[in-house]
Design a protein around this ligand. Structure first.
Ligand SMILES: *Cc1c(COP(=O)(O)O)cnc(C)c1O
Length: 394
């Protein structure tokens, strides 16, 4: 496959002014990814700071209630800051530091990636500025507070719909303005090459651990690995080391919102078309004119109008399957997992749990399913309560 391409997807669809920055990044990454000292430093951060390896938990009660496949949960929710995002930001901020950068910038939607980046920047003594849609800064004031507490500066973005996609565009613009001392910490497996590769490599620790842990517990590979898909970083992280193992089904769970037959959806594979946006070719939700469509999901982490290019390719070649899960199904899974296992999942992760609940009874008891629990659900209690018609104070 040619450089930076996943089939027809990926590439570097960026203005000339940004080329030098991505070339510098690619060269630095190629150097450090084969550097033992870098690897050791990152492993130490993963283990001592983020709390890796995360547990692979046998969900006995869930398994018994559903009466089918044996279900394991990969507990990324137990990481420092409560999700898989820390894997990527520790890798990228360490890389930026090695490159001699003193400042990092990031986009954020609901604020999760902004908080993670601000965390890594505080740890490694980097200046940090986060771009966030103005609408989102109002809806997610707690995360705005956390970023400031961690020493970051938050810039509200008022252009377009004043949400995530506008924040990405603004962060790219800012990077163009100031690339000498600044690294752009992109939050998912998207954007121009080399970002989809870099973010995937830092998240691939998830499937590396699943493989080792399951071999130890069961002496074999899983039959299916499930993960929710926004941009696709936790999913590609959970899939990566199984791509060559053709017996392992890889299933990405997109946010259908109110349903894929409505306009209020964020299911890119189910409803999107090929396009070019944010520096990459991939599938995107679009209107009749080819403009990026506004997307909706109860889960703020999944309402991105595109999907990472490697997923688009895995879909094209039939190696991974993508299913759409509605708000209602995700909320039911959020409640069900809380009651059966005493684990409150992130509403994003609940999309994968929901599909696991559907699939497990159809699989034999001798089968094994792993669900990636990308994050914890404390942050979602207010909005799920509201969805159920309850008004609780934050
Ligand atoms: C951000 C987020 C996601 C979505 O991002 P991906 O890049 O698709 O993984 C999923 N789960 C949680 C908990 C998140 O915070």
């Amino acid at each position: 496959m040619s450089k930076g391409r996943f089939g027809v997807h990926g590439g570097q669809y960026i203005p000339e002014t940004l080329m030098n920055a991505v070339i510098e990044l690619e060269q630095a990454y190629n150097k450090y990814k084969n550097d033992n000292a870098f690897e050791e430093e990152l492993t130490e951060l993963f283990n001592e700071y983020a709390g890796r390896p995360s547990r692979l938990y046998y969900a006995k009660h869930l398994t018994q209630k559903l009466g089918g496949a044996k279900i394991y949960l990969k507990r990324e929710d137990l990481n420092h800051t409560g999700a898989h995002k820390i894997n990527n930001v520790l890798g990228q901020v360490l890389l930026a530091k090695k490159m001699g950068k003193t400042r990092v910038i990031a986009e954020t939607g609901a604020g999760q990636h902004g908080v993670a980046t601000a965390t890594a920047a505080a740890l490694m003594g980097m200046e940090c500025e986060v771009f966030m849609g103005e609408e989102d800064t109002k809806r997610q004031s707690l995360n705005v507070y956390k970023m400031r507490l961690l020493g970051a500066k938050v810039h509200p973005v008022a252009t377009g719909t004043a949400t995530l996609k506008d924040a990405v565009s603004e962060t790219m613009r800012e990077w163009t303005n100031r690339m000498e001392d600044t690294h752009y910490v992109l939050g998912s497996v998207m954007g121009p090459h080399p970002f989809p590769m870099i973010v995937r490599d830092f998240q691939a620790v998830i499937s590396k651990e699943i493989k080792q842990q399951l071999l130890q517990k069961e002496g074999r590979l899983p039959d299916a690995v499930l993960a929710c898909v926004g941009g696709g970083s936790n999913a590609i992280g959970a899939f990566y080391h199984f791509i060559e193992d053709s017996t392992v089904r890889l299933i990405g769970c997109e946010a259908a919102g109110r349903g894929i037959d409505t306009a209020e959806t964020a299911a890119t594979i189910a409803t999107g078309r090929l396009g070019i946006f944010h520096g990459m070719k991939s599938y995107f939700c679009q209107d009749a004119y080819g403009q990026i469509a506004p997307v909706y999901s109860i889960s703020a982490g999944l309402d991105y109008p595109g999907i990472g290019p490697e997923h688009a390719w895995l879909y094209d070649i039939g190696r991974a399957e993508y299913v759409a899960v509605t708000d209602e199904e995700a909320v039911e899974a959020f409640e069900f997992l809380s009651k059966t296992e005493g684990i409150i999942p992130a509403i994003e992760s609940a999309h994968a749990v929901a599909h696991g609940i559907k699939m497990a009874p159809e699989m034999g008891k001798d089968k094994i399913m792993v669900i990636n629990l990308s994050g914890r659900g404390d942050k979602d209690c207010v909005s799920v309560a509201k969805y159920r018609g309850e008004d609780i104070h934050e």
